[in-house]
Design a protein around this ligand. Sequence first.
Ligand code: HEM
Length: 220
Amino acid sequence: MAIHLNNFRSPSATFVQRVKWLLIVLGMMPLLRLIAGFPLGWLGANPIEFITRSTGTWTIVGIAVTLSITPLRKLLNWPWLIRLRRAAGLLAFFYASLHFTTYIWFDRFFDVDDIIKDIIKRPFITVGFAAFVLLIPLAATSKNSIIKKLGAKRWQRIHYLIYLIAILAVIHYWWLVKKDLTQPIIYAVVFAVLLGVRLIWKLRSVSSEKPPLVAKPPSD
Ligand code: HEM
């Protein structure tokens, strides 16, 4: 039985809701693995390092998934994909919070002076911290009532920060890696493509004198 992409152009609200729940359930799997892995000994000889790396990885993956939604929506002509973007972004923020908490708790034992010194001293921590701080206004303005209060234009301006966050995330990863740069290079290429297509669309829309493409706030 052939499944046509066209069949997914305007699915029912129930289908979209189910896909959103699937994304959330899948997004919780890495956390479940960490919770179960602790007593079961899946986290290796250094569980704290494992948790820091895993939560960092899922933060950057979450950012990549969030940034993929608009290009995919346009390429596939599936407008409803936009309704998954908020969940993807909040998952990225959730893992960033776990990542930061692991660092301040198990790496720095809540020693505020030590944390501040480390943020200033180690450039990869400075950049990671900046990316995390910039994620906060995005998460804080994700509720419908706040989007309404802000208005679409202002909301959109705040959410352009995601491009800077993606760049900072790659720099953070690049600078912390000691030898093998394969992983940060892969993320750098992925983000270059995801930001590059937007730039091309923007330039095209300007040259054809159509109103510029605007990122739509979530409508559900
Ligand atoms: C948006 C924000 C952030 C992203 C996307 C991110 C991403 C990552 C990634 C991908 C890794 C490496 C995972 C691996 O080795 O497989 C990592 C490691 C790490 N990150 Fe972050 N991070 C962020 C914020 C932060 C913040 C705020 C801190 C602390 C202030 C931090 C501290 C660390 C540390 C200590 C490591 C482990 C370094 C090592 O193993 O030597 N990160 N992060």
